[in-house]
Design a protein around this ligand. Structure first.
Ligand code: UDP
Length: 482
């Protein structure tokens, strides 16, 4: 930006969950790297998860900061200590809805900050639909960040408009998503309960408000790049009439090894040790298995996964998250670690995912299709085994398998909150082999690599995401100088 342009100040306000905070922090850094003053709003226990990264950015000359607001435990009737959404088998939808509701109490402290600092724009998470009205009070434009693809944004909107799942006779009957390009077929079983049950509950109301705020806000910023899903980016803008800017893949703005390793939590393995292990493997020979930050498998599913992986004969890195107190439980098949010694690496806890995916020895990714993981895989040029669990993950699976053709579906049939539908060892063995070996695997890998190259070009100077961000900054600057 030229020296005469007044500096823009933007607030970034992520929902309190890893899958939301991670891309938000990358996004705040991205804007700061383009001359914007970025302020991230979060709560006391979340700030330390990315404060080092922000310090490093500041030291490199960026104008970026964190503002802390208190989490309203007492008002919300929640016990102290949990400030990010970590669903588990024990923490069901009732507790989660209480947590979501608690976050709506952040409106008041947010408004105080908006009043005090009068930023030029508020980029707030989709799960804060009330943020549009909060910003309006101070005549501040609010941008929505969903953290999902154009494809999923479009599919969700079509589903809300036409409710095709009401017109089928059974949960297994396929229907086509109306007006969405590509004749995408789904079943009722793969949609969230709050969509299909037809009852008014906390989540159906929340998602209705989310849909409305998408239309009433200033626009939408999307973590994607044009070349990946051109048809759906155009459809979202032209057929659905949404104002949107694509600025991703956001993960690609992490350049140094520290920034890549420190995303979300602290990794449970020394990153050098992990890289050394990968360095000892042949290119494209290791399958990476990880299900994001919220999926919580049963012991039976973990055991089945172990057996499927072992039967596939592939080398692997497998990230396993266990609930507190369950770390010592014998969930692996007997003798598994001895038999797979040297061939497989289990990371218990949090993995430095970006570093792993970008390593040349990774040849495939077994993923739950969270959008961050999916896009990180695309950016690294790695094909996927798709194993969707809940949220909008079944839409992402369709994008990967039907549209991009860079994956093999493990065959999940049903949306199941957090725990997922049970997948048996044979399906796992078959899908892992199919993504790792053979001519078809090579074809998918080379397509994935081509998308990876496009992703890198999109964020470079004059790439599609680079230019769209320019356009957004210019538009906001014009408003600012009026
Ligand atoms: N992630 C990571 N290490 C892990 C698990 C996840 O770094 O062990 C990161 C991953 O790179 C991604 C995010 O956490 O950026 C997970 O987001 P995603 O949308 O894939 O799934 P969610 O956690 O929201 O279900």
């Amino acid at each position: 930006m030229g020296s005469k342009t007044p500096q823009l100040h933007i607030f970034f306000f992520p929902f309190l969950a890893q899958g939301h905070m991670i891309p938000f922090v990358d996004m705040a850094k991205l804007f700061a790297s383009r001359g914007v003053k970025s302020t991230i709003i979060t709560t006391p226990l979340n700030a330390p998860l990315f404060s080092k990264k922000i310090e490093r950015s500041k030291n490199s000359g960026m104008d970026i900061d964190i503002k802390i607001i208190k989490f309203p435990y007492a008002q919300a009737g929640l016990s102290e200590g949990i400030e990010s959404m970590e669903p588990s088998k024990e923490m069901g939808l009732d507790k989660i809805s209480q947590f979501f509701w608690a976050t709506s109490l952040l409106q008041e402290p947010l408004e105080q900050l908006l009043q005090e600092f009068k930023p030029d724009c508020l980029v707030a998470d989709m799960f804060y639909p009330w943020a549009t009205d909060a910003a309006k009070k101070f005549e501040i434009p609010r941008l929505v960040f969903h953290g999902i693809s154009f494809f999923s944004l479009s599919a969700s909107a079509c589903m809300a408009l036409y409710k095709p799942y009401k017109k089928v006779e059974s949960d297994d009957e396929l229907f086509v998503v109306p007006i969405l390009p590509g004749e995408i077929k789904l079943t009722r079983k793969t949609l969230p309960d709050h969509v299909t049950q037809g009852v008014e509950n906390f989540f159906s109301k929340l998602f209705k408000a989310v849909g409305e705020s998408e239309v009433t806000s200033y626009g939408v910023v999307v973590n994607s790049f044009y070349e990946l899903e051109e048809t759906y980016a155009d459809f979202y803008r032209n057929a659905l009439g949404r104002k949107a800017w694509q600025i991703g893949p956001l993960s690609l703005y992490n350049r140094g090894i520290e920034d890549k390793a420190e995303r979300g939590r602290k990794a449970s393995i020394d990153e050098q040790e992990c890289l050394k292990w990968l360095d000892s493997k042949k290119p494209n020979s290791v399958v990476y298995v990880c299900f994001g930050s919220t999926v919580n498998f049963s012991f039976a599913q973990l055991k089945e996964l172990a057996m499927g992986l072992e039967a596939s004969g592939q080398e692997f890195i497998w990230v396993v998250k266990l609930d507190k107190g369950n770390e010592e439980v014998e969930w692996l098949p007997k003798g598994f670690e001895e038999r797979t010694k040297g061939k497989g690496l289990i990371i218990r806890g949090w993995a430095p995912q970006l570093l792993i995916l970008e390593h040349q020895s990774i040849g495939g990714f077994v993923t739950h299709c969270g959008w961050n993981s999916t896009l990180e895989s695309v950016s690294a040029g790695v094909p996927m085994v798709t194993w969707p669990i809940f949220a909008e993950q079944f839409y992402n699976e369709k994008l990967v398998i039907n549209v991009l053709k860079i994956g093999v579906a493990v065959g999940v049939k049903q949306w199941v909150w957090v725990v997922g539908d049970f997948v048996n060892r044979d399906a796992i063995e078959k899908a892992v082999k199919a993504i790792m070996v053979g001519e078809k695997a090579e074809e998918m890998r080379s397509r994935a690599k081509a998308f990876g190259e496009m992703a890198k070009r999109a964020v470079e100077k004059d790439g599609s995401s680079y230019l769209d961000l320019d356009a957004l900054i210019q538009e906001l600057s014009l408003r600012h100088s009026r």
